[in-house]
Design a protein around this ligand. Structure first.
Ligand SMILES: N[C@@H](CCC(=O)N[C@@H](CS)C(=O)NCC(=O)O)C(=O)O
Length: 210
């Protein structure tokens, strides 16, 4: 059985979605990495010295980290579910490109957006707000345009990339980032949140305390 160590509402929850969609046998264990003496946190820190989730422990004890790898691995366990296009195809290369967009562009800029308030003077804060507004908007406009003409990032079918994008977009709430200018993104988030597998995972993990 695969074991997932996750933090509720963090990017690791997208792996919880993927395991549920894949329908494989798994155990999902919540970890609070900020709790120094917690035995599960200590174990996860050993498994991933960067002290981050997701951490997957595979049936043979092999450890796999990094969303782009863990999500692809889970999708490829069940090719019949088409949670990603077949490896080695151009469609898969395009999917990898969108996975990288979510992991390397969208994920960090929404986290960074929180820093916009860090300036010590009004002028510095205004400069940071303009800087981070521009950085995040450049990514969100790309996603908005993509979703204006199709329901999911890869087209008409849901993929593990969408579950990851949902989690990252959810952070707009604690980041204080308004998505009002992005109606297709808002529609997309509601649509994914309503999927039975996503709802099942949300219920299993419990409410998120932003
Ligand atoms: N590049 C990593 C990023 C993982 C990541 O950002 N994990 C966050 C949760 S979303 C985390 O564990 N943060 C804890 C920390 O930074 O201390 C990946 O794709 O797996």
């Amino acid at each position: 059985m695969i074991t997932l160590y996750y933090h509720r509402g963090a990017c690791s929850t997208s792996n919880h979605f993927a395991l549920e969609d894949a329908g494989v046998a798994y155990e999902a264990i919540e970890v609070h990495l900020d709790r120094k003496d917690d035995p599960i946190a200590q174990k996860v820190r050993k498994l991933n010295p960067m002290s981050m989730t997701p951490v997957l422990v595979l049936e043979d004890g092999e450890v796999l980290t990094q969303n782009a790898a863990t999500l692809s691995y889970i999708a490829d366990l069940v090719p019949e579910k088409a949670l990603l296009p077949k490896p080695g195809t151009l469609a898969r290369a395009q999917a990898d490109s969108w996975m990288a967009f979510v992991a390397s562009d969208l994920h960090p800029v929404i986290i960074e957006y929180i820093y916009k308030g860090f300036g010590e003077t009004d002028a510095e804060r205004a400069r940071l707000v303009a800087f981070y507004e521009d950085r995040v908007a450049r990514r969100l406009i790309v996603l908005e345009e993509r979703l204006a003409g199709q329901p999911y990032i890869l087209g008409s079918a849901y993929s593990v990339i969408d579950g990851y994008a949902l989690i990252v977009l959810n952070w707009s709430v604690p980041a204080g980032l308004s998505l009002d200018a992005y109606p297709s993104i808002r529609r997309y988030m509601e649509q994914i949140e309503a999927r039975p597998t996503i709802r099942k995972v949300r219920e299993a993990e419990g409410p998120i305390d932003w």
